[in-house]
Design a protein around this ligand. Structure first.
Ligand code: ATP
Length: 236
C-alpha cells in the first residue's frame, strides 16, 4: 500500500533554532493522522516543508512517493492545505476565487467551474457561492478554506489547527465535516494543540515536542501514557 507521507530524519534549523530535529514518521493512505504539540513544537515548519514554503536542512520527505524537493510539482499537487491564517482574494465572489485557484493549477475553465461548485457543496456553503470572503461568517470562512484546499482534488488534505479560536458549536460542525471528508477517501493530516481533538478525529497521532517526535500511537494509548503534560486541553 502507498503511504501518503514517508518522512525520514527530517531536519530544519533557523540559525541556532532547531525547529525540526530528526523527525521520522509514516502516514498511511486513507488515514486521519494527527500531529500534536504545544506552541513552537515545529508543526507549522513541518507542513511548510511539505508544501514547499520552507527548505529542509536535511532528511527526506516523500508525499505519495514524490520527494518534496526533487519532485516538487507532483508532491505539491497531491496536497491541499487549509492554513491557519486566511489570505484570500477579497474582491471576487468565493466561487470565482476557487475557479482562479483551479485555473492556476492548469485546470481548464469549464472544469474549474465544476470543481469550484463541487468543493463548495462538499463543505456545505454552495448557497454562498456569490458572496465575497469578507462577508462570510467565521465558520463559513473555515469551511471556505477547506473548499479552497479541495478544489484541486488533493489526495492529502492538511488542516493546520482548524480549531484555533473557534467556539464549541463551530468546532463540532468542523469535526463532522472533516470526518466525512476522510470517510469519502481523503487522507487527512491535522495539526492541533488539543488531545481531545485528536482523540475525537484521528486514527493515529504523533506528538511533536521541541522538534522531535516523542510518541506515535492511537490517541487513546497516548492519553493512557500521560501525554497530557505536552498537549493542551479544550476548555469548553
Ligand atoms: P504553533 O503551534 O505556535 O503554530 P508550531 O508547532 O507550528 O507552533 P513552528 O512555528 O514550526 O511551531 O516553530 C518551531 C520553532 O521554530 C519555534 O521555536 C519558532 O520560534 C521557530 N521558527 C519558526 N519559523 C521561524 C523563522 N522563520 N525564523 C526563525 N525561527 C523560526
Amino acid at each position: 500500500m502507498t503511504n501518503a507521507l514517508e518522512i525520514t530524519n527530517l531536519r530544519k534549523s533557523y540559525g541556532d533554532v532547531q525547529a525540526l530535529d530528526g523527525v521520522s514518521l509514516t502516514v498511511p493512505e486513507g488515514s486521519f493522522f494527527g500531529l500534536l504539540g504545544p506552541n513552537g513544537a515545529g508543526k507549522t515548519t513541518f507542513i511548510s516543508i511539505l508544501v514547499g514554503l520552507v527548505r529542509k536542512s536535511g532528511g527526506e520527505a516523500l508525499v505519495f512517493g514524490h520527494d518534496v524537493e526533487t519532485d516538487y510539482r507532483a508532491a505539491r499537487d497531491a496536497i491541499g492545505l487549509a492554513p491557519q491564517e486566511f489570505n484570500v482574494d477579497r474582491f471576487f465572489p468565493i466561487h470565482e476565487v476557487l475557479e482562479h485557484k483551479a485555473g492556476y493549477h492548469g485546470i481548464p475553465a469549464a472544469e474549474a467551474r465544476v470543481r469550484a461548485a463541487d468543493a463548495l457543496k462538499r463543505v456545505g456553503i454552495y448557497d454562498k457561492r456569490n458572496t465575497r470572503f469578507d462577508w462570510l461568517s467565521g465558520g463559513m470562512k473555515r469551511r471556505f478554506m477547506i473548499a479552497r484546499a479541495l478544489v484541486t482534488e488533493p489526495e492529502l488534505l492538511i488542516l493546520d489547527e482548524p480549531s484555533a479560536g473557534v467556539d464549541v458549536q463551530l468546532r463540532r460542525d468542523l469535526w463532522d465535516l472533516v470526518t466525512e471528508l476522510n470517510e469519502q477517501g481523503t487522507t487527512i493530516l491535522l495539526t492541533t494543540h488539543y488531545i481531545e481533538e485528536a482523540e475525537r478525529l484521528c486514527d493515529e497521532v504523533a506528538i511533536l515536542d521541541s522538534g522531535r517526535v516523542v510518541a506515535v500511537a492511537s490517541p487513546e494509548a497516548l492519553k493512557g501514557r500521560g501525554a497530557d503534560h505536552i498537549t493542551i486541553h479544550l476548555h469548553n
